[in-house]
Design a protein around this ligand. Structure first.
Ligand code: NAD
Length: 357
């Protein structure tokens, strides 16, 4: 169970040394150029729900492994959020050549439809509400679509950011005994949909921000609007701060970062922050509280699920997302009781819920 994340070696049937995935679909559609992986890790709690990533990978294997890891993370995330869904994820391989994007996402919609509802999709990194509208023209197994005349639904990022903020607050309270974020320093990596929203919330709460992004216009704006200190992308994990909030892509917490970072708490929006559970153990041994990504970034999937089920009012969704706070405290209690590092304790907790279902 050591290979939670980026270094995970994908086998034909799943992640090396882990329970196999239920289904892994590789699909191409020549007319549109679609090349996709849909990985269904578990449907124990219900149909596998998880977004669709559109990304340019160094190799097909990297894309395959990403789908495996992300789908496993979705199973843990949905279980810990008490959602009646299993975990799955789709990855569409982005090519440098220009494609008819709408036609390709329609082809992806037909692929999702062909799975008869065992997998439900939504936005993830690289995909937009317009892409999901194209998917929706071919299948009803999709969420994250804005509704006209109704602010609810659509882009889940604001709800993700809200949940990360709540989780970060709880982690700081639990680990540092600080009830307020006023004066707490936060190093935030990635000022995209989630990271920017989180930045705004942290600034309003009085946190001191240190930021990095590959996009210099975003960091310049953060400096201007939030008084954030900007550092190079290679430096953010090495700065000294109370909190590290990874909100870019996965794999920020390498062995090197785990062994040498100068943070007290880690809580952020990015999926698959740890290279493996071993890095989580090192953080724990060093007294750094890591609030697992799949626990604190569940706001977006909660939003998509409630939209999909048609059972959502904004206030009730936010109340459900706010439950991330008490869950961080419960995790901290489990860590104190067992001595097991938070990442491992959270995986065990999620598996309990999957087995119980
Ligand atoms: P996004 O693409 O809007 O933002 C990512 C940001 O990270 C961009 O500003 C990009 O320039 C920056 N970035 C990329 N590489 C970087 C690097 N090496 N250093 C610093 N910055 C870098 O994506 P997003 O929707 O904000 O998602 C961010 C993370 O949160 C992803 O890991 C995603 O899987 C996860 N997540 C997102 C949601 C959601 O609702 N959007 C939900 C759950 C998890």
């Amino acid at each position: 169970m050591d290979r939670l994340t980026t270094t995970a070696a994908g086998t034909l049937f799943g992640i090396h040394g882990e329970p196999a995935h239920e289904r892994i679909v590789l699909a191409t559609d020549a007319p549109t150029g679609l090349q996709a992986v849909i990985a269904v890790y578990s449907t124990a709690r219900g149909p596998a729900f998880g977004g669709c990533r559109y990304w340019q990978y160094a190799s097909d294997h990297e894309a395959y492994n990403d789908a495996l890891r992300l789908s496993q993370g979705m199973a843990f995330k949905n279980a810990l959020a008490d959602l009646p869904f299993g975990g799955g994820k789709a990855v569409i391989l982005r090519k440098p050549d220009a494609l008819d994007r709408t036609a390709m996402f329609k082809a992806f919609g037909r692929l999702v439809q062909s799975l008869d509802g065992i997998y439900l999709t939504a936005e993830d990194v690289g995909t937009t509400a317009d892409d999901m509208r194209a998917v929706q023209s071919e299948t009803r197994y999709v969420s994250g679509i804005p509704r006209s005349g109704d602010v609810y639904g659509g882009n889940p990022s604001p709800r993700t950011a809200y949940g990360v903020f709540i989780g970060l607050q709880a982690a700081v309270d639990s680990a540092l005994g600080r009830k307020s974020l006023d004066g707490v320093s936060v190093a935030l990596q990635g000022l995209g949909s989630v990271g920017w929203d989180l930045c705004e919330r942290l600034h309003q709460a009085g946190a001191q921000l240190i930021v990095s992004d590959i996009d210099a216009t975003r960091t310049a704006r953060a400096a201007q609007m939030f008084g954030a200190r900007v550092v190079e992308i290679a430096q953010i994990a090495g700065v000294e701060a109370d909190v590290f909030a990874p909100c870019a892509l996965g794999g920020s917490i390498t062995a090197e970062v785990a062994a040498h970072c100068r943070f007290k708490v880690i809580a952020g929006g990015a999926n698959n922050q740890l290279m493996s559970l071993a890095e989580g153990d090192v953080l724990h041994q060093r007294g750094i509280f890591y609030a697992p990504d799949f626990l604190v970034n569940a706001g977006g999937i909660i939003s998509c699920v409630r939209e999909y089920l048609g059972s959502a009012e904004e206030a009730s969704v936010l109340a459900e997302v706010a439950q991330i706070g008490p869950r961080v405290f419960e995790l901290a209690g489990r860590v104190s009781a067992t001595g097991v590092a938070p990442a491992r304790a959270a995986v065990a907790w999620a598996r309990e819920k999957m087995v119980a279902a």
